[in-house]
Design a protein around this ligand. Structure first.
Ligand code: ADP
Ligand code: MG
Length: 298
């Protein structure tokens, strides 16, 4: 998935632990094959190739993931949108961009974006992208989904406790062997060495979206890899958004959404959702948090 996964399990011995970890790796690899849009043989690529032409029958699992993603688009007024992917041609974050894309190109790029044009047929398990050139991608939700599946599989196999860490996105269950909850350290990206909060994560997920890894800078403004699907411009103002939720899939999608929605709308929306909290850091280093989060000083 282009991300590093670290897996921790509590087991009787090393051999048992390793066999559980192997199961988790196999599960993550399986999901990657299903959802990666750059693997030409994936079902996701098949959906994208048939855009504007015909519906594509997919595994119920992929169908459900797309259905959830559309639900999150509705919840965030389109700040989150898996059909952002057709904008990939405009913004590149691999160092290959040398100048700011022009306004016309940006405007044209959002023309094909719109979750409203992803047509699902529940009875047939088909997905149809209405417009030619439309594309979906799971960059903002796939890592969380894979972590949830790996966790569910290990729980099913009887693993009492563990952590799936997807490049810093944590998904835990059970307790440490000493009986303590797993804890996650939150750092300020402006001062990475300093942990400002240490929070317990009990059978839940913590996901951070940040603009400090993938971005381009034009004339002093930093443009991140998270793009507002409604304007075609990268989100600005926030440097990191951390979301706590029972599931990593939702936490992942909401962390990306908060980035796009901005501080006020983002906090407001999170405060309306049960069992979901967030911590936002703006580009000046100021910290904001949702109403019910308790930060334990580290
Ligand atoms: P990270 O890679 O930092 O964990 P995210 O989970 O926030 O980041 O996902 C960012 C990725 O999501 C981008 O690289 C892109 O593939 C995709 N993306 C960008 N903007 C959006 C958006 N508005 N809605 C859905 N996906 C997006
Ligand atoms: Mg995300």
């Amino acid at each position: 998935m282009g991300s590093r996964f670290d897996i921790t399990v509590v087991a009787q011995n090393e051999a048992e632990g390793n066999s559980f970890i192997d199961l988790a790796i196999a599960e993550i690899t399986r999901i990657e094959k299903l959802i990666s849009s750059w693997d030409a043989n994936s079902q996701t690529a098949a959906i994208n190739n048939a855009a504007g032409k015909n519906p594509v029958k997919v595994d119920p699992e992929l169908f459900q993931l797309i259905k959830h993603a559309i639900g999150i688009s509705k919840l965030t007024d389109g700040a989150f949108d898996i059909s952002y992917a057709s904008m990939d041609k405009i913004w590149k974050f691999d160092g290959s961009m040398t100048q700011m894309p022009d306004e016309e190109a940006i405007k044209a790029s959002v023309a094909r974006v719109g979750y409203q044009n992803i047509v699902l047929d529940e009875a047939k398990n088909t997905v149809f992208l209405k417009n030619e050139g439309m594309k979906i991608g799971f960059g903002a939700i796939g890592k969380g989904y894979a972590a949830d599946r790996a966790k569910a599989l290990l729980i099913e196999k009887g693993v009492s406790a563990g952590i799936i860490n997807a490049s810093g996105d944590m998904n835990t269950w059970g307790f440490q062997p000493n009986g303590n909850p797993w804890k996650v350290a939150i750092t300020n990206p402006l001062d990475k060495n300093k942990v400002f909060a240490l929070l317990p994560v009990v059978n839940s997920a913590v996901v951070t979206s940040g603009n400090y890894e993938k971005y381009v800078t034009f004339e002093g403004t930093r443009y991140t890899h998270i793009i507002d699907p409604r304007s075609g411009y990268p989100a600005t103002g926030i440097i990191s958004a951390t979301v706590f939720a029972p599931k990593a899939e939702l936490a992942d999608a909401l962390a990306t959404s908060v980035f796009v929605m901005g501080i006020d709308v983002g906090l407001n929306r999170i405060n309306q959702l049960p069992n979901i909290e967030c911590i936002i850091i703006d580009e000046t280093g100021k910290i904001y948090k949702s109403d019910h989060i308790e930060i334990e000083k580290s």
